[in-house]
Design a protein around this ligand. Structure first.
Ligand code: B12
Ligand code: SF4
Length: 449
């Protein structure tokens, strides 16, 4: 049987934990589609197993013979490691057919054109996987032929396969082979029930990738996967829904969200999810709480209306506070995205944010003050920190020399404005620094596993 080896590269982002949130849903989906087409698929998930490149190399060798290698590339932070993986594969099998897919190439495939790839798969619609499979058959024949002529590998022509989702989608639930091992290491089991988001926040890659579209997955197909998870993991207590926006616009899709939550409840799962602030509404959240919603992640981003407008969040500070109140009333725990630094952030806006975070009370982390816009080709913070007003407020002069050696630019700015210790003092509560503190979070009663 023909075989594809699928790789989730070793971790290259800034997450602290070594073992990562669940098995790769992307590779499960891709391998399900490959298996459906009569091929075999083996997944080498470096995140789940915490493999470094050397271990990955051994696993690739163990899996010879294979006909193609598919690699998922979640973010550009994996670019360098991707290059190394390609090199390793070609050292082992110079004629290997290599293709990539995932968020990073989908957002900007041009950055990957100079790598020795055969195909770049764009988008989430896996119905075009047969094109890849037939392409690797043909490629092998061609390359063998050219090889015999001049003993050199043919230059690779990179196929770009564009496969965007337009309507409801489903997966072949055949291939979550790492689910048990992954669950054993971090007690987390993930599922995806939709793609994209109807929002149009100016900084967000989901907005760029899906152009403010939200695409649901078929409910029966979700149920099938939840049943599979229950069967594989009889003791699992909680599902992490990884959708960028589980609610997809409350008014239109709340019945669907409730239905999925009922299925989870009937199978004995509590769940966590992500949604927009303007989707948090009392009646809906009381129902979701009843059906097992224990925690959410949401993008608050800023406490200043000016910055919220700049980010195109479509919310107001008051709406955010109302939403937080609903979560607290329903004992649903929350964590949030926050970016104090923006091109228009000045000392007034920083103080506005401090006052705002005081009202939110829980879950404040140091990174909330240090984060700036996610997408910034160049540093957007071009304003010279107002040293004099800083001095007046906190009573000492920031030391840029020391700071610049040890801290990132954002950190310098914020430390220069206030000083971290002053900042903690100003907010009046302890800010998380590298370790979790339960006191600092708003936990729902049954949040803990
Ligand atoms: C779960 C998740 C994680 C988990 C991954 C767990 C795991 N075992 O893989 C963890 C927490 C580890 C993680 C880490 C990071 N993540 Co993340 N993550 C997500 C999240 C929430 C869901 C992804 C998912 O599983 N979706 C479900 C699957 C089925 O869909 P999918 O990944 O889109 O895959 C589909 C297609 O892309 C395609 N596809 C994917 N791969 C491949 C490969 C081939 C060969 C083919 C043919 C097709 C294909 O097929 C799938 C079919 O539906 C998304 C946000 C979101 N909701 O989309 C962010 C997201 C992908 N992550 C992101 C980022 C930035 C990161 C980090 C860099 C964060 C950090 N600072 O550390 C790291 C990088 C990790 C790494 N690989 O080194 C960004 C990427 C933005 C970008 N590309 O610029 C996103 C979009 C969040 C965001 N808005 O900022 N992440
Ligand atoms: S609400 Fe969240 S996922 Fe949706 S566009 Fe804004 S930041 Fe992106």
């Amino acid at each position: 049987m023909k075989k594809v080896v699928l790789i989730n590269p070793p971790h290259q982002g800034s997450y602290r934990s070594k073992i990562m949130l669940g098995d790769s849903l992307a590779l499960a989906a891709v391998s399900g589609e490959i298996i459906k087409n009569g091929w075999d698929a083996i997944t080498l998930d470096c995140l789940v197993h915490n493999w470094k490149l050397e271990e990955l190399k051994c696993k690739i060798i163990e899996n010879i013979p294979f006909d193609a290698v598919g690699i998922t590339v979640m973010s550009n932070s994996s670019y360098d490691i991707l290059k190394k993986i390609i090199k390793i594969i070609l050292e082992i099998l110079p004629k290997a057919y290599i293709f990539i897919g995932g968020n990073a190439p989908t957002l900007n495939h041009k950055e990957f054109l100079n790598l020795k790839l055969n195909a770049i798969y764009l988008g989430d619609n896996l119905e075009k996987i047969p094109e890849i499979l037939s392409d690797c058959n043909n490629y092998k024949l061609n390359s063998t032929k050219i090889l015999s002529n001049n003993n050199k590998l043919p230059p690779k022509k990179i196929e770009i396969i564009n496969a965007n989702l337009k309507s409801e989608y489903k997966y072949n639930i055949l291939a979550r082979k790492d689910i048990k091992e992954s669950y054993l290491s971090d007690s987390i089991v993930s599922i995806d029930t939709s793609k994209g988001c109807h929002g149009s926040c100016s900084f967000c890659t989901i907005n760029f990738q899906y152009c403010s579209n939200w695409i649901p997955r078929e409910i029966d197909n979700i149920k099938e996967e939840l049943l599979y998870i229950r069967e594989q993991l009889p003791n699992a207590k909680q599902i992490r829904v990884v959708d960028a926006n589980f609610l997809g616009g409350r008014k239109k899709h709340e019945r669907r969200a409730i239905k999925i939550s009922e299925i989870m409840r009937s199978l004995g799962f509590k769940f966590r999810m992500e949604c927009r602030i303007d989707d948090i509404e009392a009646e809906l959240f009381s129902k979701l709480r009843h059906n097992g919603l224990v925690g959410i992640f949401t993008g608050i981003e800023n406490g200043s209306q000016k910055v919220l407008n700049l980010l195109k969040k479509g919310t107001t500070p008051q709406e955010i506070l109302n939403a937080i109140e609903i979560l607290q009333k329903n004992t649903i725990s929350y964590s949030y995205g926050y970016m104090t630094i923006s091109p228009i952030t000045n000392l007034d806006i920083i103080y506005e944010n401090i006052d705002f975070l005081k009202k939110i009370k829980y879950g404040i982390r140091l990174k909330h003050f240090l984060n700036s816009l996610i997408i910034q080709k160049e540093n957007v913070f071009k304003v010279q920190p107002p040293i004099e007003s800083f001095e007046k407020k906190v009573g000492f002069k920031p030391n840029f020399d020391i700071c610049s050696k040890i801290l990132s630019f954002n950190q310098i700015c914020i430390e220069s404005f206030l000083g971290i210790y002053e900042l903690e003092h100003a907010v009046g509560i302890w800010i998380e620094r590298g370790k979790e503190s339960e006191d600092n979070f708003f936990w729902s009663k049954d949040e803990q596993l």
